[in-house]
Design a protein around this ligand. Structure first.
Ligand SMILES: [Zn+2]
Length: 144
């Protein structure tokens, strides 16, 4: 997954503004790279609860770029986050494991109150035993 955050950073790096006087030379670069990695990490482990990752990332990094580069920054972020989301659709388990170091777990809680340990189905993050929760969720979303 980090190939996407690194690609975004590499594309944007030439336009990153110099940091304020007195700050470390590469502090703005470090902030942009960290924002890219954080968003990609969250996308991989928590995409069911992450509605607009490209917007989140753009809002976090836009102040590190000049006004003239804003459209380009948004374009690059949208394009690469689109690729990351496509990758996530095709390889959800691999994406999750790549950033967290452990395989994903079902999003449900068991009757005893602990997290369900089973492997979830990619399409909704619930294991086969907890699929009914996904149906409820869809109905709540449709009603909202
Ligand atoms: Zn479960």
């Amino acid at each position: 997954m980090y190939q996407f955050s690194r690609a975004i950073y590499r594309k944007l790096a030439p336009q990153i503004l110099a940091p304020p006087i007195g700050a470390p030379e590469f502090s703005n670069h470090a902030a942009v790279l960290k924002a890219c990695e954080d968003v990609v990490t969250r996308l991989a482990v928590d995409h069911h609860y992450f509605a607009r990752p490209e917007r989140t990332l753009f809002c976090q990094v836009r102040t590190y770029f000049p006004m003239s580069a804003q459209a380009h920054v948004l374009y690059v972020i949208s394009r690469y986050m689109g690729c990351a989301q496509q990758f996530l659709i095709e390889y959800p388990l691999e994406a999750y494991t790549a950033v967290s170091g452990a395989p994903p777990q079902c999003r449900a809680t068991t009757r005893k109150g602990s997290a369900c340990q089973r492997t979830p189905l990619p399409r909704n993050g619930y294991c086969p035993s907890h699929q009914h929760l996904a149906d409820t969720e869809d109905r709540e979303l449709a009603a909202a």
